[in-house]
Design a protein around this ligand. Structure first.
Ligand code: XMP
Length: 536
C-alpha cells in the first residue's frame, strides 16, 4: 500500500495543483472535499498508510467555517499537517488558541498578491529554502500571498515562521505536533520555491519515501485490470488523444486481444490523424481496432447548422450513436474502458462565483451513456495529466504523441466558424498542419525546446469571411485563417503566446502560398478570459 498524503479541499481554487506537487514528489495523494471528511474516513486512511494531511483552505473564510475546513479530529490523527492560506487561521483556532483574525478585504476582491516573505525561526519546513538572503542573512522567498486576512498574534504553542512588513504573521509552526500554517499558495507559479516546500513537507516532515513511481505503477495497474476483467471482452473509444491512447496501450498490455478499440472518424480530425492512429495502435502495437469512417454521416447532420452549441450537440449525439452501433457488434463485451483521469473525478469544494457555470458544453469523446449496459473500466482515474504522460512514455509511446496538444472532442468542428463544409475543413487541415509543422521545427531559445513544446495549445481557425488580396494571378477574394497559440497551466485562464514575428511571418507566407482559398492570415492576441481558447 502506497504511503499517502491527503489534501482536504476547503474550497481552494487551485487544489489540483497542490495535489499535483505532492505527486511530483513521488508521494501518492488524494483530494477530498472537506464536506466529505469524517473521523471514520480519516481512520480508514490511517489504516491505509496515511502519512500527512494538507488543508487547502478557501481564499476567504469566516470563523463559522473553521470546523468544516479544519475539523478538530484531523489534529488528533497523529500525522503532520500543513494548513495553506485560509485554513491557517482555521487551524490556529481549532487547536485551541484565542485568536484574533482581521478580515482585510471582501469576498469579491482579488486578494492574492506577489510578496516577499522572510522565513524566520529556521523551522523544518522552510529551513534552507529561499530565493535569496538579505544582508542580515535571513532567507527571503517570493510568494503568492493571500491578503484577505491577517493574524494579529502568534497562536499559543506556535512559533512565527514567516512574515512580511504588512503581514507580520504570515507563517506559523508548532513543530512538536508537526503543524505548519502558511499564508501563501505554494502551488502557484509566483511562489518559486513552492515545489521545494511541498517536497520538504511530504518527504522530510511526513517521512514519505517516494514510493509512487509510474514505472512501478504499470505492473500494479496491469494486475488490477486483469483481476477486474478476467476473461471478459473490453471495448474502448479511441480518439487519438493522450488519455484514450494511454488507456488503450495499458489495457492492451494487460489483456491483449480481449480489448477492441472503436475509432470513429467524424471527418473533423487533423491532417493524416486517422492514418497516424491506425498505424500507431493497429500496425505497431497490434491492438484490435474497428475504424469507422463516418464523415459523410456527420457532414450530412451538420449541413446548414451554424450555432456552436447546436454543432457540439450534433457531433456528440452522432458520435454516441455510431459508437453504440459498432460496440453492439462486439460479441461478449462486458466492459467499456474510458480514459477518465483524476481531475475529471475530483469534486472540488469550491463555491466561487463561477463554479458550475458552463461557458460551453464540452463534449468529450468517450463520455458515453449507460444504455450500453457495460461496466466501466477506468484505469487512469487515479492519475493527473502529467502522470498519464509519464505512464505513456513508460509504456513506450512516442514523445510526439504523449505531449500532443489537447484537441477538442468535436475536433475541427469548433474551429470552422459557423457552418461546417468539407471544403472549409480541407483548407483548415492544410493551414493547421503548416502552423504545427513550423512550431515543431523552430526552437524557442529561452527554453531550448521547440515552439510546439513551449506553448500549451496551438491551432488554426477557419474564418468564413473573404477579404481582398493580391496574388501573382491578380486580385484575390479569399478566406481568412486565424492562428491561435496559448500558454496556460489549467486551461481555465490562458495568455496568448509570444511567438517570434519571424516564425509567424514564415507560417503566414507558407499558408498563403500553399493553401488555395486563403489570402489573409491573422494572429489571435486575446487572453482567456474574456476570450475562450477555442473560437467556438
Ligand atoms: P475553451 O475554449 O473553453 O477551452 O477555453 C479550454 C480547453 O478545452 C478544450 N475544449 C474542448 N474539449 N470538447 C473537448 O473535449 C469540447 O467541446 C471542447 N471545447 C474546448 C479546448 O481545446 C481547450 O484545451
Amino acid at each position: 500500500m502506497h504511503q499517502t498524503v491527503i489534501v482536504i479541499d476547503g474550497g481552494s481554487p487551485t487544489v489540483q495543483l497542490l495535489g499535483r506537487y505532492v505527486r511530483e514528489s513521488g508521494v501518492y495523494c488524494e483530494i477530498i472535499p472537506c464536506q466529505k471528511v469524517t473521523q471514520e474516513l480519516i481512520q480508514q486512511y490511517l489504516n491505509k498508510n496515511l502519512k500527512g494531511i494538507i488543508l487547502a483552505g478557501p481564499q476567504h473564510c469566516d470563523s463559522q467555517d473553521y470546523a468544516t475546513i479544519a475539523p478538530k479530529y484531523v489534529f488528533e490523527a497523529g500525522v503532520p499537517i500543513l494548513a495553506v492560506a485560509g485554513s491557517m487561521p482555521a487551524m490556529a483556532a481549532q487547536v485551541g488558541s484565542n485568536l484574533n483574525v482581521h478580515v482585510r478585504c471582501s469576498r469579491n476582491d482579488n486578494s492574492v498578491t506577489t510578496a516577499q516573505i522572510r522565513a524566520r525561526g529556521h523551522t523544518a519546513l522552510l529551513d534552507g529554502i529561499q530565493d535569496h538572503t538579505n544582508s542580515e542573512g535571513h532567507g527571503l522567498l517570493f510568494v503568492a500571498l493571500e491578503t484577505s486576512f491577517c493574524l494579529s498574534e502568534v497562536p499559543d504553542n506556535f512559533v512565527l515562521m514567516a512574515s512580511t512588513d504588512d503581514f507580520p504573521i504570515a507563517g506559523i509552526a508548532n513543530e512538536e505536533k508537526g503543524l505548519y500554517g502558511i499564508q501563501f499558495y505554494p502551488e502557484l507559479n509566483i511562489t518559486s520555491q513552492g515545489a521545494a516546500i511541498i517536497n520538504r513537507f511530504v518527504r522530510t516532515i511526513c517521512g514519505c519515501v517516494g514510493d509512487w513511481r509510474m514505472s512501478d505503477y504499470i505492473n500494479e495497474a496491469i494486475e488490477t485490470i486483469r483481476a477486474q476483467v478476467g476473461d471478459d471482452q473490453v471495448i474502448l473509444g479511441l480518439s487519438g488523444g493522450v488519455d484514450s491512447s494511454v488507456a488503450a496501450t495499458l489495457i492492451h498490455k494487460a489483456i491483449g486481444n480481449q480489448l477492441t478499440c472503436v475509432f470513429v472518424d467524424h471527418g473533423l480530425l487533423r491532417l493524416n490523424e486517422s492514418k497516424q492512429v491506425l498505424d500507431m495502435f493497429g500496425s505497431n502495437i497490434g491492438i484490435n481496432i474497428i475504424h469507422v469512417d463516418a464523415s459523410d454521416r456527420f457532414m450530412t447532420q451538420l449541413s446548414g447548422v451554424t450555432d456552436p452549441e447546436e454543432k457540439r450537440k450534433i457531433i456528440g449525439r452522432e458520435f454516441v450513436e455510431v459508437f453504440q452501433e459498432h460496440a453492439n457488434s462486439i460479441p461478449g463485451a462486458k466492459w467499456l474502458a474510458q480514459g477518465t483521469i483524476y481531475p475529471d473525478v475530483i469534486e472540488s469544494a469550491t463555491t466561487g462565483p463561477n463554479k458550475g457555470v458552463a461557458v460551453k458544453s464540452h463534449h468529450n469523446v468517450g463520455g458515453l451513456p449507460d444504455t450500453l449496459h457495460l461496466s466501466l473500466l477506468e484505469p487512469l482515474r487515479d492519475l493527473f495529466k502529467h502522470e498519464v504522460r509519464d505512464l505513456g512514455i513508460a509504456l513506450g509511446l512516442p514523445h510526439s504523441m504523449v505531449y500532443r496538444h489537447p484537441f477538442p472532442g468535436p475536433g475541427l468542428g469548433v474551429r470552422i466558424l459557423g457552418e461546417i463544409k468539407v471544403q472549409y475543413a480541407e483548407i483548415l487541415r492544410h493551414a493547421d498542419s503548416i502552423f504545427i509543422e513550423e512550431l515543431r521545427n523552430s526552437t524557442n531559445n529561452s527554453t531550448g525546446k521547440s515552439w510546439y513544446d513551449s506553448v500549451s495549445q496551438a491551432f488554426a481557425v477557419f474564418v468564413p469571411v473573404r477579404s481582398v488580396g493580391v496574388t501573382d494571378h491578380g486580385r484575390a477574394y479569399e478566406y481568412v485563417i486565424a492562428l491561435r497559440a496559448v500558454e496556460t497551466v489549467d486551461y481555465m485562464t490562458a495568455q496568448w503566446a509570444n511567438i517570434p514575428y519571424s516564425l509567424l511571418n514564415r507560417v503566414s507566407e507558407r499558408i498563403i502560398a500553399e493553401v488555395s482559398g486563403v489570402s489573409r492570415v491573422v494572429y489571435d492576441i486575446s487572453g482567456k478570459p474574456p476570450a475562450t481558447i477555442e473560437w467556438e
